[in-house]
Write a protein that binds this ligand. Structure first.
Ligand code: PHE
Length: 371
């Protein structure tokens, strides 16, 4: 192996010859090579073939220490001259390439600034969110506060304190999603709340009457068909004070329905049973699809939504049962109150004419962008 700092005497003449031949060869080749480059990366790559760390000229320079001292000066000059030439040719070619690129850009089809821009697709609120905001607005204007509660709650808040008997069908495994937390023991059975009535209990436990509250939220049931989803949304409303009567419940719900549907709809109260109200009822609103309140009998008879009845069920309600008051420590002799609960999904379906509840949960933009 040759060591530049210790030139072998025998190789000196050979090194000088090799260097001179190399210089002559490079001089002829590099111009042609640089001229062939059609873009900047290829020009740089070609340039490196001569003057880069492994380039031909660099390799030749490494022979210098082996050249006899008498010839070094002359050969050194030649090398430097060639290096300058390569560098100049490179700079030259670079400028030429840049100019050509700019000219091509100017000669190309001009940018049409009159073309229409690309649309930015604006997002919008989900129909259930819109309905929730709307209901909160309506009840807010009537003086109701808004409350919230956890989606996982105690069996006690969901059923027992509301007066459900221990063997009530709603508490069946078939209807309710139980969550086992063994460390809490049997007295603290937890579940995904099946209704927002849990918030009646929670709020009454921490506040004293008078109170008027609405509470929207997700609820869960083992139910799944065209009008039922295992997760859906409800809004609960309740009001407690002295001397609250059923007529106030009717008044509040009638006002609510007229504002919501922006029409002179009527309400029909039918007796029904919920363990936490007495009397309890279900409320139907006159059908907003055939505009039943306008009493066009033929149109109503043909309506597929209310099936010709002119009524659509929208909520459950009633006067809060004295048992509930006792369970939260209220004086059941002094206070009365009403409560109601309805499905936000159902209201959204009625308000926007959505035929299948699943559409509300599939997140298909073709459906969602229609609102
Ligand atoms: N919680 C009942 C349900 O989910 C609705 C309801 C609420 C009924 C308040 C009466 C009073 O079916």
């Amino acid at each position: 192996m040759t060591r530049p700092d210790a030139p072998e005497e025998g190789g000196a003449g050979e090194a000088a010859r090799e260097l001179r031949d190399g210089l002559a060869k490079i001089g002829a080749e590099f111009r042609a090579s640089l001229a062939e480059a059609s873009d900047e990366p290829s020009l740089r790559e070609r340039n490196a073939r001569w003057v880069g760390p492994g380039g031909a000229l660099t390799r030749l320079m490494k022979l210098m220490p082996k050249v006899p001292s008498g010839e070094r000066r002359d050969l050194g000059k030649q090398i430097n001259a060639l290096k300058t030439e390569v560098n100049e040719a490179f700079e030259h070619a670079l400028v030429a390439l840049e100019r050509a690129a700019r000219e091509a850009e100017l000669a190309a089809t001009p940018l049409d600034v009159t073309l229409p821009g690309r649309d930015v697709r604006a997002g919008r609120l989900h129909p259930i969110t819109r309905v929730r905001y709307e209901l909160l607005d309506i009840f807010g204007a009537l003086g109701f506060d808004v409350a919230d509660g956890p989606e996982i709650d105690l069996h006690e808040n969901c059923f027992d304190k509301l007066g459900f008997p221990a063997d009530h069908p709603a508490t069946d495994m078939q209807d309710t999603f139980y969550i086992t937390r063994e460390e809490l023991g049997a007295s603290a059975t937890t579940l995904l709340r099946t209704h927002t009535s849990t918030i009646q209990i929670r709020e009454m436990l921490r506040r004293e009457p008078p109170l008027a509250i609405v509470a929207p939220g997700a609820v869960y049931r083992r139910d799944d068909d065209a009008t039922h989803s295992p997760m859906f949304f409800q809004i609960e409303g309740f009001l407690v004070d002295e001397d609250v009567s059923f007529s106030e419940l009717k008044g509040v719900l009638t006002l609510f329905a007229r504002r919501l549907f922006d029409a002179e709809v009527s309400l029909r109260f039918r007796p029904s049973y919920f363990p936490f109200v007495e009397p309890g009822g279900e409320v139907d609103v006159s059908c907003v699809f055939c505009r039943a309140w306008e009493r066009d009998a033929a149109r109503t008879a043909a309506c597929g939504v209310c099936k010709g009845t002119g009524w659509i069920e929208i909520l459950g309600c009633g006067m809060i049962h004295p048992t509930v008051f006792r369970n939260v420590g209220y004086d059941a002799e002094r206070y009365t109150g009403f409560a109601f609960g309805m499905g936000l999904d159902r209201i959204a379906m009625l308000k926007y004419g959505v035929p299948n509840i699943r559409l509300l949960y599939e997140n298909d933009v073709r459906f969602l962008s229609g609102f």
